[in-house]
Design a protein around this ligand. Sequence first.
Ligand code: ADP
Length: 155
Amino acid sequence: MALEKTLVLLKPGTVQRALVGEVINRFERKGLRIAGLKMMQLTDAILSEHYAHLADKPFFQRVKDSMMACPVVALCLEGVDAIEVVRTLAGPTNGRKAPAGTIRGDYSMSFQENIVHASDGPETARAEVARFFRPEEIYDWTPNNRLSTYANDEF
Ligand code: ADP
């Protein structure tokens, strides 16, 4: 159990389909704290770094092009075990297979156009938050309802 920060990107398809508010609402109502939030136009350079693990895949360039189609919304979310919690809310990569109730399961019909990116582990979360946010863009405000969100030994 650890208080963690994780990186979420609302992909261009989410912006185009006007689902930004709805998807952010899913994270807020779960109890995650918004530590950072901004819109940004991604570049081939930042995406080549971000998706380096896909460099040898045939769809590498197509995925990068899709991520540059319009600005994305970047979020840094914080909570106890936030990395795993956010991955669970997002659901499996392929939107057609993702269970109903997950974000991808509820809003996506596609393997590629799957609404959100979410960090997949502590090391990637640290690297990804630093990749998309400058330190002064991350705000460490204290939610005044913490004891309604967690027991006092949970955070
Ligand atoms: P995730 O985003 O679930 O962590 P990956 O890191 O494996 O998944 O892939 C990054 C992104 O690349 C996915 O979110 C999806 O948009 C795209 N992608 C991955 N695998 C495929 C695939 N087989 N076909 C099309 N797009 C894919």
